[in-house]
Design a protein around this ligand. Structure first.
Ligand code: ADP
Length: 310
C-alpha cells in the first residue's frame, strides 16, 4: 500500500446490485436483479456499464443516467425522445434496444453489448484503415442508415464514436440522442446539432433546413476519415472547421494512398448542395463497392493490425 490514503472511487460507493421493480398485470410486484460489471464508457449524461441479469444470466450494456442530471425539462425531453426513437428499431446494424426502467435515483437503458468498442478506439489504434476495411464498415453503416431513413429517422450524429462493434465485429449504429423522426418525407429540420467535424454545411447555414442528406454527408466524412486517418475539415479550432465546411475546403493528402474510386465517391458525397449528393442506393452502386470482393465481417485481429492481403 502506498503511504497516502486513497479516497474510495465513485464506483465503489455506488451499489453493485441494480433492482428492477416490475408491476405485473395482477398488481403483484416482481423484483429482477442485475449485477453491475465492467465500466464501459461515459457520455454526456450517461455512465455505461456491463449489466448481468442474475436470472437469465444475460449480459447487456446499461446506460445509467442519474435523475439529478435530468433536472432541466430539455434534458428530460431529449432522453425521452432518444428512448422513443431507439426502442422501436430492430436491425442487424443498429445497437439493439433491450428495455429500460428506472429506480428512485437513475434511469437505466439496457442495450445490446458491443464488446469491441467503437470505430473511434479502432482508428486510434490503427491510425487509418485499408480500403477493404473501409468498404466493409461503410457498407454496414449504409445498411443501418437505409433502415433508419426508411423509417423516416435521421440519425444526425454519424461519427466514429457512435459506430459500435460487437463481439462478432458487426458494426452497429448507436446513440440516438440527436436523432429525429420526420412527420412527412419533405419535412425540413432546423435545430443546429451534430459533431463539429461531421456537421453538414446546410446545418451550419440553418436557414434552408436539413433532412436525410446530413447523414449522407457524415458518411462521406466517415469514409474520408477511415482511409486518411483524420477528418477532412479538421483544424485546431471549431470556428475554422466550420468555415472550411462552408467553403467545402478539403483535399486528399498526397502521401496517403487512396484509390481513385474512393476519392471519386467521397468527392461526390461532400458537395455543399444537399440535393446534389447521391442517395444511399446510389452510393452502394458506386465502383468503390464493386471493384473487389468485400468480406461481410472482418476478423477481430484487425482491431490491432491490418488484415493480411493474402
Ligand atoms: P451519451 O449518449 O451520453 O453520449 P453514449 O451512448 O455515447 O452516451 O455512451 C458513452 C460510452 O459508453 C460510449 O462511448 C462507449 O464507450 C460506451 N457504450 C455505450 N453504449 C455501449 C454499448 N451498447 N456497448 C458497449 N459500450 C457502450
Amino acid at each position: 500500500m502506498s503511504s497516502h490514503t486513497r479516497r474510495p472511487s465513485q464506483d465503489s460507493q455506488e451499489s453493485q446490485i441494480v433492482e428492477e421493480k416490475i408491476v405485473k398485470i395482477n398488481g403483484e410486484i416482481e423484483i429482477k436483479s442485475y449485477s453491475k460489471g465492467r465500466f464501459l464508457g461515459k457520455g454526456g449524461f450517461a455512465r455505461v456499464y456491463e449489466l448481468l441479469s442474475l436470472d437469465a444470466k444475460q449480459i447487456t450494456a446499461a446506460k445509467i443516467i442519474s435523475k439529478s442530471a435530468l433536472n432541466k425539462a430539455r434534458s428530460r425531453q431529449k432522453l425521452m425522445s432518444e428512448i422513443k426513437i431507439h426502442r422501436a428499431l430492430k436491425h442487424p446494424n443498429i445497437v439493439g434496444f433491450e428495455h429500460f426502467f428506472e429506480d428512485s435515483e437513475n434511469v437505466y437503458i439496457l442495450l445490446e453489448l458491443c464488446s469491441n468498442q467503437t470505430l473511434n478506439e479502432l482508428l486510434r489504434r490503427r491510425k487509418r484503415l485499408t480500403e477493404i476495411e473501409a468498404q466493409c464498415y461503410l457498407l454496414q453503416c449504409i445498411e443501418g442508415l437505409k433502415y433508419l431513413h426508411s423509417h423516416r429517422i435521421i440519425h444526425r450524429d454519424i461519427k466514429l464514436g457512435n459506430l459500435f462493434l460487437n463481439d462478432k465485429m458487426q458494426l452497429k449504429i448507436g446513440d440516438f440522442g440527436l436523432a429525429t423522426k420526420l412527420e412527412f418525407d419533405g419535412e425540413k429540420k432546423r435545430t443546429i446539432c451534430g459533431t463539429p467535424n461531421y456537421i453538414a454545411p446546410e446545418v451550419l447555414d440553418g436557414k434552408i433546413g436539413h433532412s436525410y442528406e446530413v447523414d449522407i454527408w457524415s458518411t462521406g466524412v466517415l469514409g474520408y476519415t477511415l482511409l486518411v486517418g483524420k477528418p477532412p475539415f479538421e483544424t485546431s479550432d471549431v470556428k475554422t472547421t466550420y468555415r472550411r465546411i462552408k467553403m467545402n475546403a478539403y483535399s486528399f493528402p498526397e502521401n496517403i494512398p487512396v484509390s481513385d474510386e474512393a476519392k471519386d465517391l467521397i468527392s461526390s458525397i461532400l458537395v455543399s448542395n444537399p440535393a446534389d449528393r447521391p442517395n444511399l442506393d446510389e452510393i452502394l452502386k458506386h465502383d468503390f463497392f464493386s471493384k473487389n470482393a468485400i468480406p461481410k465481417l472482418l476478423p477481430a485481429s484487425t482491431l490491432a493490425v491490418p488484415p493480411s492481403s493474402s
